[in-house]
Design a protein. Structure first.
Lengths: 183, 183
């Protein structure tokens, strides 16, 4: 079990409607949003800090551009009025945002990361979080990845997800399952 | 071919003797250091900026702790007297160092990254470099990874290396082969 500190923050990365577009390719872990909804409910019920991160693409034609329907948060993780929202323009939630200072204000927070996608915005945010000195956790069943390609050869979404988790585990973060989390 | 800008910088990550220890597990790409040596020779011959990064572990018993033989640069990439050396204490060469300001001083640099290991310090440095707005390249045959494990199951070093390259390519960096580089 992983005992969640009173000063833990839940950082939810890019769980936006635009990720439902077929454009992104085949995804693993179709249940991730349901798991996120449950994790969010538990963090809220236990009074932990919630930070919602969303991606506003610098590309005006992107489905993740502010103002487009795809920019909206998915229903499972819609913010409550008093919760913090951070808008970012690159993959990492720490670059060009106030996330680091928001976390430092908490004192010595633990950072729990979940969202989309495992190998892009979740990975770089978790990697930076760990390297910035925050005790960091990626909730592995509350993330998902898409198929990628290398030299035209397909790498299936489960492999992308799992290898990226293995590369993060240890130096950067711990990678608990949601059911291991305990308040 | 990839035409290297006059304002390109070569950032060499953690090519230190301590990585020869069997402790790290099985590695792919045994030829990486020979490729690095050749890339470094070409960047030097063409007068590009060279930045050597080394890891000084915060763990006093680590073989990558300053003062230990494992902390030394490998012979293939030994710095010349006028070249910049950056010492870091976490995976990312941008965290706790002056790397970003050194690169900004160049104006609009291209950042070429090579070194050890593909999925840890190379990946997080390249990801941050791209997200900080630098045009970034990971020289894919001038990097190497080790075997990793997830839930006790082994992931071979080639898979770790290749999946991490696929996850970096695009949003974060381009991933040319050394022979594609042209001055």
């Amino acid at each position: 079990m992983v005992k969640i500190s009173p000063s833990a923050a839940l950082v939810i990365i890019d769980v936006q409607k635009g990720f439902d577009e077929p454009f992104w390719g085949k995804r693993n872990n179709p249940n991730a949003e349901k798991v996120m909804e449950d994790v969010l409910r538990r963090f809220r019920a236990n009074g932990r800090k919630i930070i919602h991160v969303r991606h506003d693409s610098l590309n005006p034609s992107s489905i993740l551009k502010a103002g487009k329907p795809g920019f909206e948060f998915k229903n499972e993780v819609r913010p409550l009025e008093h919760e913090t929202i951070i808008t970012k323009h690159v993959n990492s939630a720490f670059i060009g945002t106030k996330l680091e200072s928001i976390l430092r204000e908490i004192g010595e927070p633990e950072v729990y990361v979940m969202g989309l996608t495992t190998d892009h915005c979740v990975s770089v945010t978790a990697r930076m979080s760990g390297n910035l000195g925050f005790r960091t956790f990626v909730i592995r069943d509350a993330c998902a990845a898409h198929t990628r390609f290398l030299d035209g050869k397909k790498i299936d979404a489960d492999t992308v997800h799992n290898v990226n988790l293995a590369s993060i585990e240890g130096d950067f973060a711990q990678i608990p399952w949601s059911e291991e989390l305990e308040f």
